[in-house]
Design a protein around this ligand. Structure first.
Ligand SMILES: NC(=O)c1ccc[n+]([C@@H]2O[C@H](COP(=O)([O-])OP(=O)(O)OC[C@H]3O[C@@H](n4cnc5c(N)ncnc54)[C@H](O)[C@@H]3O)[C@@H](O)[C@H]2O)c1
Length: 173
């Protein structure tokens, strides 16, 4: 978070179908402000009405870091680009939110998590609708739901100590 304000400065990388949802959500909260968007296919004319005054529209993440100095970036690009963009963001000193799927492989995810840990930065995977009916039928969503509960309520987290080791370890990553 920048020193002069408590509002989180957010950069958006990738403004396709999902990126537009991020823009609209950001406009609805006073806690965060879009300071720039980066997308080689972005049309400044189309985006300008959706952006706060002063936000930059650039073609690459490198330009975003140089011109907008975000605290956090949202990576909302195709999955094969997530790892490289996340490592670039971490190298630029930004916390990172990555749209699902986090990375295409577990090895790539480990590289991103290790890089963030080394810099003392946070990374987060964006998974929506975890608590809606179709997701609740998926056993693979259990770890993510548990991690979400744990981050919201540490007392509840202690009560989840009975969970199997494999699930617990996945939740803690
Ligand atoms: N569309 C959905 O309903 C949906 C829902 C949940 C999550 N997601 C996730 O969101 C991410 C994006 O999906 P989408 O549907 O918005 O894709 P999209 O193809 O509509 O948009 C992706 C955008 O990223 C841009 N881009 C590509 N490489 C870039 C780079 N190196 N730097 C900057 N911008 C770059 C493209 O120009 C494009 O505008 C994916 O990880 C996807 O799984 C999508």
């Amino acid at each position: 978070m920048s020193a002069e304000t408590s509002v989180v400065r957010v950069g958006l990388i990738g403004v396709g179908k999902m990126g537009l949802h991020h823009l609209k959500a950001m406009a609805a909260t006073p806690l965060a402000r879009i300071v720039g968007v980066a997308d080689p296919a972005a049309s400044e004319d189309d985006l300008r009405p959706l952006l706060p005054a002063g936000a930059v529209v650039v073609k690459s993440a490198a330009e975003l870091y140089a011109q907008a100095k975000p605290d956090v970036v949202h990576i909302v690009t195709p999955p094969h680009t997530h790892e490289a963009l996340a490592l670039e963001a971490i190298a630029a000193g930004c916390h990172v939110y990555i749209e699902k799927p986090f990375t295409p492989t577990a090895a790539a995810a480990a590289r991103v998590l290790d890089a963030a840990r080394a810099r003392g930065l946070k990374v987060c995977a964006g998974h929506q609708v975890l608590f809606e009916a179709p997701a609740s039928k998926s056993p693979s969503s259990t770890a993510l739901k548990t991690r979400s509960w744990r981050s919201r309520n540490s007392r509840l987290a202690r009560s989840l100590a009975w969970m199997p080791a494999a699930t617990s370890s996945a939740c803690d990553r």
